[in-house]
Design a protein around this ligand. Structure first.
Ligand code: FE2
Ligand code: FE2
Length: 193
């Protein structure tokens, strides 16, 4: 399948604020750079990066309508956590509205906020690109960028530890997929002494 990347860029321009449009373009650029470095499909990385936040500014009604269209249901925890809506409805959107069939692109969007166990290379790339894109300026972003520059495993390890600690520090619930992602990364990438 060839992807109408310019069309997707125009689409998100109409759906997102200038700030988030810029973020999406930056994530796509980071994702392509990571795809080059780690040997993933660069076009899929660009498409998933551009579209990952396509539903970020949608209303609850829109999230629910898109999920219903795709036949997916949000769990109680997901419904209660607004930040999680857009990864689920976003995956539904690219499938139902844009006709994207590539499961890897769909899943990269579907799990870009929570992460999950056994993420594919593309899923990890979008997850990390979202953390290190040029527009990001949170306190630890330089450490995150350095860890990713050291390799995919080092980037995922740092990102998952950061995510769990950050959620706990803000007294926010931790989605089971995030806990599973953390355990997966610890079990796979931490070498025992
Ligand atoms: Fe997002
Ligand atoms: Fe994002």
């Amino acid at each position: 399948m060839t992807y109408n990347v310019d069309g997707y860029i125009n689409l998100i321009k109409t759906r997102l604020s200038e700030y988030r449009f810029h973020h999406s373009v930056c994530v796509a650029e980071s994702a392509v750079a990571l795809a080059k470095r780690f040997g993933a499909d660069e076009e899929k990385a660009r498409v998933a990066g551009i579209l990952h936040d396509v539903m970020k500014e949608a209303s609850l009604e829109e999230h629910l309508a898109e999920c219903e269209k795709a036949g997916v249901q949000m769990s109680e925890l997901e419904l209660k956590n607004k930040k999680l809506h857009h990864q689920i409805s976003g995956a539904a959107f690219v499938k139902c509205e844009l006709g994207i069939e590539d499961e890897d692109i769909i899943n990269a969007i579907r799990f870009h906020t929570t992460a999950r166990e056994n993420m594919s290379l593309l899923e990890q790339i979008i997850y990390l690109a979202d953390y290190i894109s040029d527009d990001r300026d949170y306190e630890d972003v330089d450490v995150m960028r350095r860890k990713v520059s050291q390799g995919l495993e080092s980037g995922m390890l740092y990102a998952m530890r950061y995510t769990i600690v950050d959620l706990a520090n803000h007294a926010r619930p931790i989605h089971p997929d995030t806990v599973n992602a953390y355990n997966w990364v610890i079990n796979s990438f931490v070498k025992e002494d």
